[in-house]
Ligand binder design. Structure first.
Ligand code: FAD
Length: 529
């Protein structure tokens, strides 16, 4: 994948970039354990989190023979099937895999209660390594167990040809284990840890506080290392810089790592477009991505998921403001779903129906993404979430301009039909979990106050602006499309007013603008295939 199409590239030290073809092979019978991030390159939280993941991978690079850090981009359609096999539906998802696994496994989820800051991830990795049964423990992983007082006594009397560092620490400290792993690829030194429970031993060695590092030299002399701050990084770099201590030959280098991958086409060229227009290509790409990538991560639909999907397809069929061949496909899908008496539908059956419809029959949906008004200046920016907003705005506006569209459906007379279904869709299916939580909080707070279809269109406009305001300046912001409250004055001068010297929206004008902007009549077919 071209570097800018993913959040990670070969320049990121310690990050193994996985793809459909490489992931299973890399995990199969691996000599190290793995921690993989399944991410989506369009997910704002994944974009924002990428610097932390890079920092983590580089921070634990020396732990590589025991544990490796990988990434896989589930937004890349090439990887959809593999992400589905791993049961990944939301992003980012973090999974551990033990060493020497021979049978396929979906891995073990990262601790739900732990945060994802670098120090916490290091601790969770250590907990995971310690939890592994012997057969899945990486063979290169040194012992992380504390040694006993009698072990210490014999170390002090033996003459070893190398240094031995003993980290004294409390039971809850991770410093010792971190330093052991930091030094695992270095020769002329062994690192051990001991708990601060044997007070007599601590006194004998002059250890007055923990963590402390006690060093036995190759000539058997010994003493406490005098470091001002006994932090993991300080202790590790002190030990690495001792005379004669160096990285073992053939040890994993600090060079960027990546697994063999296929060459793929470069990013597509920039398409000129008009910001005042809505493009059919964006709405159809949204449907394609939603049906063939986002939802396809589900093996089966049942219960609330199935009901949400059915309702969503009904709304799409009745309100989608696009071309006839797409609306016909939505109609066919809706009729098929209604005719299915099952309370559980394999998602492949839905995909078959969508994929089998041919252009020649006049019932079809494009099978690739073509972002126009949603294109980003870099490929991970904008795209799908942008098109999903546009799709839902279109549906709320269509419900307002065609009051009879939902007659004879279960949504007849329900002013909140689109918003409620959108809320359920976002909750059940939208890959970006933190987006979903934010949206749910906004909906819970005020969606019940919506009494007409026009109020629904305005509610979504208002809430989208709340999101724009919150995300302004975030790493997921495209400098070419800054997040501002919308519509800007160049698009709708009449929408903007000043009251007592302060900016104020003229909501009547905003509604009229939304009705024009998201109306079926105004949609541009440029770039649509
Ligand atoms: P978008 O915000 O995606 O807007 C797309 C287009 O919609 C704009 O280009 C414009 O034409 C139009 N538009 C803009 N504002 C309005 C408006 N007020 N009313 C009508 N039309 C408008 N990302 C996060 O990082 N954190 C989140 O919590 C988060 N929550 C999200 C919740 C939902 C439901 C969705 C669909 C997305 C969410 N995202 C979140 C993604 C984020 O909002 C953007 O979609 C993404 O960053 C792409 O931004 P964009 O610049 O393409 O513009």
């Amino acid at each position: 994948v071209a570097a800018e199409k993913t959040l990670y590239g070969p320049q990121d030290a310690g990050i193994f970039i996985m793809e459909r073809k490489s992931v299973t092979g890399a995990l199969y019978n691996s000599s190290s354990a793995w921690l993989l991030e399944f991410y989506s390159s369009w997910c704002g939280h994944c974009i924002n989190y990428a610097p932390t993941w890079r920092a983590l991978a580089s921070d634990v690079l020396d732990w590589n023979p025991a544990v490796r850090i990988g990434v896989i981009n589930c937004a890349d359609e090439e990887n959809t099937a593999i992400c589905k096999d791993y049961g990944v539906q939301f992003y980012p998802t973090f999974r551990f895999f033990g060493a020497f696994t021979k049978d396929f496994t979906q891995g073990e989820n990262y601790k739900a209660e732990a945060d994802r800051e670098v120090p916490t991830v290091r601790h969770v990795i250590i907990d995971y390594l310690e939890s592994l049964p012997a057969e899945h423990r990486p063979s290169a992983c040194p012992s992380l167990q504390p040694i006993s007082s009698s072990d210490i006594t014999s170390l002090l009397t033996q003459k070893e040809p190398h240094y031995t560092a003993i980290i004294f620490e409390s039971e809850t400290s991770y410093v010792g284990r971190e330093v052991i792993l930091d030094l695992m690829q270095f020769e002329n030194i062994a690192v051990r840890r001991a708990l601060n429970s044997d007070k007599a031993m601590l006194e004998k060695l002059g250890v007055v506080s923990v963590p402390s590092c006690y060093l036995i030299y190759p000539n058997a002399s010994h003493g406490l290392i005098n470091i001002v701050k006994p932090l993991r990084s300080v202790v590790s770099s002190h030990l690495k810089s001792l005379p004669g201590v160096r990285k073992k030959a053939g040890a994993h280098s600090a060079l960027p790592e990546s697994l063999p991958s296929e060459d793929k086409e470069e990013d597509v060229a920039w398409k000129d477009y008009d910001k005042s227009k809505l493009y059919a290509a964006d709405l159809e790409s949204a449907l394609h991505y939603l049906l063939r990538v986002e939802l396809a991560t589900h093996q089966t639909l049942e219960g609330e998921k199935l009901k949400t999907f059915k309702d969503f397809v009904t709304l799409l069929y009745k309100l989608f403001p696009g071309r006839t061949h797409v609306v016909k496909l939505l109609e066919t899908l809706q009729e098929w779903l209604v005719s299915m008496p099952l309370d559980k539908i394999p998602y492949d059956a839905i995909l078959d129906l969508v994929n089998n419809k041919m252009r020649i029959s006049g019932i079809y949906l494009t099978n690739h993404v073509e972002w126009v008004g949603c294109q980003g200046s870099r490929a991970q920016l904008r795209g799908y979430p942008c098109s999903l907003w546009k799709l839902f705005h279109s549906l709320t506006v269509q419900a307002a301009v065609q009051p009879d569209a939902l007659t004879n459906t279960e949504f007849e007379g329900d002013a909140q039909a689109v918003l409620k279904t959108m809320r359920r869709y976002i909750r059940e299916f939208f890959g970006c979990r933190e987006c979903a939580q934010h949206f749910e909080a906004m909906a819970k707070e005020s969606v019940d106050s919506v009494k007409t279809a026009e109020e629904a269109a305005l509610w979504l406009w208002r809430k989208h602006n709340v999101v724009n305001k919150r995300l302004a300046g975030a790493p997921s912001e495209d400098p070419k499309s800054p997040k501002v409250e919308w519509p800007t004055a160049d698009l709708c001068p009449a929408c903007h007013e000043e009251v007592n010297g302060l900016h104020s929206w003229n909501e009547k004008e905003v509604l009229a603008f939304l009705k024009r902007h998201y109306s079926a009549k105004e949609i541009s077919l440029q770039y649509a295939d």
